[in-house]
Design a protein around this ligand. Structure first.
Ligand code: DSN
Length: 432
């Protein structure tokens, strides 16, 4: 334990033992568990440590060359590099790197593109969408009027649980939304951005692609790009892009870019988090390296291998498989008694971290669910490959089968699998 991270924690301990000890424990938790939460990843030491710098001391409201504070000479250069790298990654003309998160990026884009009360079309959260795509309790459902397009729900449909593109067009024709949103939090299939653009053009909507989950796959060439189809693209920077927690907005349209810049600052946010923007720049630099292409391809290969290994063990993967980094596992085919909530809890005890997730048409409530969402970005960063996914699927199945048998078999199996997970994690250390 003599990594830069542990040296920093040791230094911190001298001034704040309580917090340093908790960070050390969290580092140990991450090092010794398999992270299968589809929206998480392990950043490089360079990305991590760019955040822990003096850049946090500075206010830099405004944009490069037009700040409201003096002393921004280096901040201007850092933000310019971050913007240039973001544009290069996505092959587009304008980037705003200031959003503090993906939800705030979406909020700023809504503010730039719509009036309060405007109608927009999206996929509802329970089918794989996102809180900021129109949930009633979120700004997006409070200040705007969402209408939702469906998936193919029929159990016998050949494209069951996949986007129904004809229905997208029909919803757009009926409601004439100002914005059509695509891009999801729990959708395992390729998104056909061209078809979405056709639907948007038919009703005069602007197409916004929230690629928070798949951004790294896009940059790495493992998923088609939303450009040139989407008018605006939003993303987080901490999922498959493997950067610090944050948001990013991209567009090819100069007029929209001006509106978006105004909406981010001063519309939604005050001072940018310049230490995070520096870290975004570092992450974007990593994404532009050839090795990132291999990473993105391996994420998808691993997801397919994990899904296949789970199907062999009688789990159903919604939509019949995965094309990206994640899968939704319908636990009911293994046993009607299995719930997502139990599976999440039992697997965590064995060192396998994931989240319960509703599946389309889930009869169970969101705090229970019939599914779990699994993703491969983090384990792929550690270096696990497709053959290791069979081991992971076997761990998962052993724990869930034991859980169904009762408390005592669960305790015994959990203890054994926990040790095996520790061994696997030692073989594939987390970068830090
Ligand atoms: N909470 C994120 C996820 O897990 O997908 C989306 O913002």
């Amino acid at each position: 334990m003599d990594s830069l991270s542990s040296q920093i924690i040791d230094q911190l301990r001298r001034s704040d033992r309580a917090i340093a000890d908790l960070i050390a424990k969290e580092a140990e938790r991450q090092e010794t568990t398999l992270e299968l939460i589809a929206s998480e990843n392990h950043v490089s030491p360079a990305v991590m440590h760019a955040m822990g710098t003096c850049l946090t001391n500075k206010y830099a409201e405004g944009y490069p060359g037009a700040r409201y504070y003096g002393g921004c000479v280096y901040h201007d250069q850092i933000e310019t590099i971050a913007r240039d790298r973001a544009k290069q990654m996505f092959g587009c003309r304008f980037a705003n790197v200031q959003p503090h998160s993906g939800a705030q990026a979406n909020a700023a884009v809504f503010m730039a593109l719509m009036e309060p009360g405007s109608t927009f079309a999206s996929l509802v959260l329970k089918d794989g969408g996102h809180l900021s795509h129109g949930m009633k309790i979120n700004f997006s459902g409070t200040y705007y009027k969402p209408v939702h397009y469906p998936l193919h729900y029929g159990v016998d449909h050949p494209r069951r649980e996949q986007i129904d593109y004809d229905a997208v067009k029909a919803i757009c024709r009926e409601h004439k939304p100002k914005v059509l949103m695509c891009g999801y939090s729990a959708y395992p299939r390729v998104i056909d951005f061209k078809k979405f653009r056709e639907a948007a053009d038919e009703c005069g909507a602007l197409l916004v692609a929230d690629v928070a989950h798949i951004a790294g796959l896009i940059v790495g060439g493992a998923h088609p790009s939303p450009f040139p189809h989407a008018h605006v693209v939003t993303t987080t920077t901490h999922k498959t892009l493997r950067g610090p927690r944050g948001g990013l907005i991209l567009t090819d349209d100069e007029e929209l870019a001006k509106k978006i810049d105004k909406a981010v600052f001063p519309g939604m946010q005050g001072g940018p988090l310049m230490h995070v923007i520096a870290s975004k720049a570092v992450a974007f630099g990593e994404c532009l390296q050839d090795s990132f292409k291999a990473y993105a391809a391996q994420v998808v290969t691993n997801a397919r291998a994990l899904a296949g290994a789970l199907v062999e063990r009688r789990y159903r993967i919604t939509s019949g498989g995965t094309d990206n980094h994640l899968m939704l596992v319908d636990l009911r085919t293994r046993s009607d008694k299995l719930t997502g909530a139990d599976a999440e809890k039992w697997l965590e005890a064995a060192g396998i971290i994931c989240n319960k997730n509703g599946i389309p048409d889930d009869p169970r409530p969101p705090r229970v669910t019939s599914g779990v969402r699994l993703g491969t970005p983090a384990v792929t960063t550690r270096g696990l490959r497709e053959q290791d996914m069979t081991t992971v699927a076997e761990f998962i199945d052993r724990v869930l089968a034991a859980g169904l048998e009762g408390e005592s078999p669960l305790a015994t199996t959990t203890a054994t699998v926990r040790e095996q997970v520790r061994d696997l994690c030692r073989k594939f250390p987390m970068p830090h």
